[in-house]
Write a protein that binds this ligand. Structure first.
Ligand SMILES: Cc1cc2nc3c(=O)[nH]c(=O)nc-3n(C[C@H](O)[C@H](O)[C@H](O)COP(=O)(O)OP(=O)(O)OC[C@H]3O[C@@H](n4cnc5c(N)ncnc54)[C@H](O)[C@@H]3O)c2cc1C
Length: 373
């Protein structure tokens, strides 16, 4: 089977690698560098504990964690998946079931019932684990510890998978921008690049993330997206005051390699009006740094060094969209938020469906067809 994979982000690289490994003749088309899209501007927490709105979605993301462990085992020496644990706490309002409507202890019970490694820590335990965290930033609320959680480095991951698809499994990499799908009636037969080249295949797998619909001519084949902006601030290298990742009402922060810290916040993301002005002076970046200092006072003399703003590829109802698009055979879309968590698993199941023809139940609730009724 000949397959074209459009986009080599964390999802496209996973899909291309697994397809090639399963025996497909794969051509990957990427206009930037592998991992250079949204996958290069992300918190990259590989988790299912933030995905409790639907059990099927939780299970999909839980499988995503396992798939990353399996993937790592196939790449001896790879160090793109870090799992020192994640600490999460809520403010008093949220604890009372207020602001975001979640009760952290009810959430914990649900997670434990579903087999997710999670526990509550006392302030003393937190101090022993992460002595630099300011206890006042936590207050009198439960701290949930996910001892096996962590984050991925999506760019090295994507690069390594693309290299392996090429070197181990004979895939081809084409640098260039896909302009459009090539159609013959109700069948997609390949793609046309912006420079006029065409490539034919039995199936085109669209992993172009936030740009998914740009190559799809007909509106009836476009998956509705509800993208959101996210801003990430990076510090310069500092003398490692923290090992774990933090998910807190003020700021989410974690080490980002070489002593750097990566900072972000959903609340501050919601204030973004555009993706312009991604500079250290950006007001949200400055606020992220202030919040990080409140949380870890050892950062008090540290300034923001770099800022990035990205657009999340999110299907309109917030859940993944993976599968054929009605009315267009030979075309298969894979678009999702939480793509870092899900990438490795989506690679597995997409390859299973397309190469072995085994329809995967895990995807039943996440088909693009739900948007086309
Ligand atoms: C601030 C922020 C925080 C996040 N936090 C998390 C988190 O903690 N955990 C988590 O799991 N997820 C998180 N996400 C979401 C996650 O980063 C994305 O879901 C994921 O990176 C999407 O990967 P992708 O491969 O679909 O897209 P991308 O990485 O954008 O890859 C798409 C690729 O397609 C290429 N492309 C596009 N159009 C064309 C074309 N016409 N021709 C050729 N190539 C093309 C692009 O160049 C790009 O490389 C976060 C996102 C943001 C922005």
């Amino acid at each position: 089977m000949q397959a074209i994979v459009v986009g080599a982000g964390v999802i496209g690289s996973s899909v291309a690698y697994r397809l090639a490994q399963a025996g497909a003749e794969v051509t990957i088309v990427e206009e930037r560098r592998p991992g250079g899209g949204t996958s290069s501007v992300t918190y990259a927490w590989v988790n299912a504990c933030e995905k409790l709105t639907s059990e099927a979605y939780f299970r999909l993301n839980f499988a995503g964690r396992q798939a990353h462990e399996d993937m790592l085992a196939e790449f001896p020496g790879a160090d793109w998946y870090h799992r020192p644990g994640v600490l999460q706490w809520q403010d008093a309002e949220a604890e009372a079931g207020g602001r975001d409507g979640t009760d952290p202890l009810a959430k914990l019970q649900q997670l434990i019932a579903w087999g997710y490694p999670a526990e509550v820590l006392s302030l003393d335990d937190v101090r022993k684990l992460e002595p630099e965290i300011n206890p006042d930033a936590i207050g009198n609320v439960p701290v949930i510890h996910y001892p096996r959680d962590g984050w991925l480095d999506p760019v090295p991951y994507s690069g390594a998978l693309i290299t392996a698809a090429l070197e181990r499994h004979g895939a081809t990499f084409v640098e260039g921008r896909v302009d459009r799908l090539v159609l013959a009636g109700e069948r997609c037969t390949g793609i046309e690049l912006a420079d006029g080249r065409t490539i034919e295949a039995d199936v085109v797998v669209n992993c172009a993330g936030r740009w998914l619909n740009d190559i799809v001519q007909a509106s009836e084949h476009r998956i509705p997206l509800a993208p959101t902006l996210g801003i990430v601030a990076y510090t310069p290298p500092v003398g490692a005051p923290l090992r774990s990742a933090l998910r807190t009402p003020l700021v989410n922060m974690r080490p980002d390699g070489g002593g750097r810290f990566l900072l972000r916040s959903n609340e501050l993301d919601r204030l973004l009006a555009s993706d312009e002005g991604a500079l250290p002076s950006h007001p949200q970046a400055q606020e992220l740094m202030r919040r990080a200092i409140k949380t870890v006072p050892a950062l008090r003399n540290v300034d923001v060094e770099a800022v990035r703003i990205a657009t999340r590829p999110i299907p309109k109802d917030s859940y993944s969209a993976v599968g054929p698009v009605p009315g267009l055979s030979g075309y298969y879309a894979v678009v999702s938020h939480s793509g870092v968590t899900l990438g490795a698993f989506l690679g597995e199941v997409v390859a299973d469906e397309l190469v072995h023809g085994r329809e995967r139940n895990e995807l039943a609730e996440f088909r693009p067809s739900r948007f086309f009724n």
